[in-house]
Design a protein around this ligand. Structure first.
Ligand code: FMN
Length: 93
């Protein structure tokens, strides 16, 4: 089965439900999704990830990320990261 990484960030559960549906449908279509909340950073490593990445994230407040995504957003907004830091990633959101 072709694997991909599936991350979600949710405030009220909708993004998680959508990610779980994608995970179920993936199997039907011959894919295997590794599903994690985006805050579970010990369970995935985007620096070394070679499989496609799908991110399901809701917005809250005034276009703010869910609480579970705040750390992730802060990390990828780090201005000291090289411009090609995530250049290897194939991702959709
Ligand atoms: C308090 C609140 C603020 C919201 N703010 C935004 C927003 O700024 N932009 C947007 O596109 N959607 C906004 N929404 C809509 C949510 O993104 C939408 O309800 C989504 O399905 C929630 O997903 P979740 O259950 O994964 O948190 C907001 C919803 C709530 C309840």
């Amino acid at each position: 089965m072709r694997r991909f990484l599936l991350l979600y960030a949710t405030q009220q559960g909708q993004a998680k439900a959508i990610a779980e549906e994608i995970c179920e449908q993936a199997v039907v279509h011959g894919f295997s999704a590794d599903l994690h909340c985006i805050s579970e950073s010990s369970k995935y490593d985007l620096k070394t990830e070679t499989a496609p990445l799908v991110v399901v994230v809701s917005t809250t407040g005034t276009g703010d990320p869910p609480d579970t995504a705040r750390k992730f957003v802060k990390e990828i907004q780090n201005q000291t990261l090289p411009v090609d830091f995530f250049a290897h990633l194939r991702y959709g959101r």
